[in-house]
Design a protein. Structure first.
Length: 139
């Protein structure tokens, strides 16, 4: 069964180079990689190379639930975009496009079959919005 592709995007008021660093550096990932204030990302590692592994620990702040989000990079075009694949075979494509001194970040991902497409879109968009707030607060 073909997977539905879902798109989320944001315009971040920083250069593509800064947007890239805030998106990929583990010290920054742990500051924004969660959808709501009752979640957090206590740990992240990122081997930003083709074949390298991305890992982010996502946990409810009350300790009631947590999971590891993992992926392996398929392609990387520094400051412009990357593709990775999650263990269940779903693909994620993210691009960084300079727009008048800001950076448009677009992620297109394969939906999973457990939750509704709208629920997934809202969750991923919330994380991307959190990323935007964090990146802009860093300058």
């Amino acid at each position: 069964m073909a997977r539905k592709r879902i798109t989320v995007e944001t315009l971040v008021g920083v250069s593509p180079q800064k947007a890239w660093d805030y998106y990929h550096n583990p010290k920054h990932i742990t500051q924004w990689n969660f959808a709501s204030k009752d979640w957090h990302c206590p740990y992240a590692e990122n081997n930003l190379t083709v074949g390298g592994k991305y890992l982010a620990r996502m946990e409810a702040r009350d300790g009631s639930f947590g999971f590891d989000y993992e992926a392996i990079y398929n392609s990387i075009d520094e400051f412009k975009g990357f593709t990775y694949t999650m263990p269940d075979g779903r693909r994620v494509d993210t691009s960084f496009e300079e727009v008048n001194g800001s950076t448009k970040v677009t992620t297109v991902f394969d939906a999973e079959h457990e939750n509704s497409a709208e629920m997934q879109r809202v969750g991923w968009q919330s994380i991307l919005d959190n990323y935007k707030r964090y990146a802009e607060s860093q300058g």
